[in-house]
Design a protein around this ligand. Structure first.
Ligand code: FES
Length: 106
C-alpha cells in the first residue's frame, strides 16, 4: 500500500492510501480539491494535471507521446515535473510520493 501526499497551493495537504490505482483516481475518490479527472483517465481532458515533487519525478515511468501532447492544454503552464495524474499508477515503490496541485485547476 502506497501513500500519496497531495499539496494544495496554500501549503495544506491531504495524505491518501493507494493500491495500484492512478494518482487521479485516488484524488477524485478522496475529494482532493483541484484534481478533476473529467474524462475518467482516457487521456483527453487534461484536468488531472499535477506537479510531481522533484525528488519523486525521476522514479516515474516516462510520459507517453499522447501525454506530452495533452500537457500543452493544461489550465496552468506545465513544468519539467508536470504529469497528468491519470497516467501515473501508484505502486509500493512510490510510497510517500508528493504531488502539487495547480491553483488554476478548479
Ligand atoms: S483524467 Fe482526463 S487526461 Fe487525465
Amino acid at each position: 500500500m502506497a501513500r500519496v501526499i497531495y499539496v494544495q497551493p496554500d501549503g495544506s495537504s491531504t495524505t491518501c492510501a493507494a493500491d495500484g490505482r492512478s494518482l487521479m483516481k485516488v484524488a477524485v475518490e478522496n475529494l482532493v480539491p483541484g484534481i478533476i479527472g473529467e474524462c475518467g483517465g482516457d487521456l483527453s481532458c487534461a484536468t488531472c494535471h499535477v506537479f510531481v515533487d522533484e525528488a519523486w519525478f525521476g522514479k516515474l515511468k516516462p510520459r507517453s507521446d499522447d501525454e506530452e501532447s495533452l500537457l500543452d492544454v493544461t489550465s496552468e503552464e506545465p513544468t519539467e515535473t508536470s504529469r497528468l495524474s491519470c497516467q501515473v499508477t501508484l505502486t509500493d515503490d512510490l510510497d510517500g510520493i508528493v504531488v502539487h496541485v495547480p491553483s488554476t485547476q478548479r
